[in-house]
Design a protein around this ligand. Structure first.
Ligand code: FES
Length: 263
């Protein structure tokens, strides 16, 4: 992952504000360990994998991925202590967006979701995006996993814990043995969407190549979660290295084909 900074901020802000400025209304927030669930009302919320940039008073805007979409707007999941908890019901939040290239799951029958527990929220809107959904979810230990009852009953859940406290013992990185739930699920799926540490994606790309021989483009779509302060390709903070050279997460992603990371 490359990081740089070469752009006049005032110019970037002007470009964005002309086209993508909007607001959402804060409705309520409540704990949903290990996160807080925050509900906003908004017309035209972002599609899964796309994002908004919110002004919570910090020097840089914050990336918000929807964790749930509903008739009036969207929910996000934020860590405890997040500044959104200081908002009052009915308060307007200044937003830019939606931005980015999101997940494509149209006409998918068997959808495989792969996530590390702390990066799971942007995948949650996809839990009912296909007739059959399998979720492979990894965490260091059982206590850092969300309770199984939070997921729709139709979702097939495979857990991986580093300490073996529940599910398969290991990590996504080491999940390449024949009995691994990940390998079998990659063979089963006709679309894979992942939200993990990007260091795992070259390994995931190799697993996809091994299990699928000639996977079609976009068979495996992976989300890159990095700082994206301008959202329009102007500041270059979000550059990522791919087989096709440098790309910007905010405009070329943040969802990429995993095969872009087979070096
Ligand atoms: S967020 Fe500025 S270039 Fe991507």
């Amino acid at each position: 992952m490359l990081v740089g900074f070469h752009y006049p901020w005032s110019a970037a802000r002007n470009i964005v504000s002309m086209s993508k400025h909007t607001t959402a209304t804060f409705r309520e927030a409540h704990p949903e360990p290990p996160f807080w669930r925050v509900r906003f009302e908004m017309l035209n919320p972002p599609r899964p994998g796309c994002f908004l940039l919110a002004d919570f008073g910090a020097p840089l805007r914050e990336v918000l991925f929807p964790a749930a979409l509903h008739a009036e707007g969207f929910d996000v999941l934020v860590p405890p202590g997040h500044p959104v908890q200081r908002l009052l019901p009915g308060e307007a939040v200044d937003l830019l967006g939606p931005f980015g290239r999101g997940f494509q799951t149209e006409q998918v029958e068997r959808l495989l979701l792969v996530a590390e527990a702390h990066l799971l929220p942007p995948l949650l809107p996809l839990l009912e995006a296909a007739p059959m959904v399998t979720l492979v979810l990894a965490a260091p230990t059982r206590a850092l996993l969300p309770p199984a009852q939070r997921f729709p009953p139709a979702v097939e859940l495979h857990l991986i814990t580093q300490d073996g406290s529940v599910g398969y013992a290991g990590t996504l990185e080491t999940c390449h043995n024949a009995d691994s739930p990940l390998l079998e699920a990659v063979q089963w799926a006709d679309r894979l969407c992942a939200s993990c540490d990007p260091v795992f994606y070259p390994k995931l790309a190799r697993i996809v190549r091994q299990q699928r021989l000639n996977p079609p483009s976009n068979f495996a779509q992976v989300l890159i979660q990095v700082a994206m302060p301008c959202g329009v390709g102007a500041c270059e903070i979000c550059r990522v290295q791919t087989v096709n050279g440098e790309r910007r997460a905010c405009t070329d992603g943040p969802v990429f084909d995993v095969l872009d990371f087979v070096f």
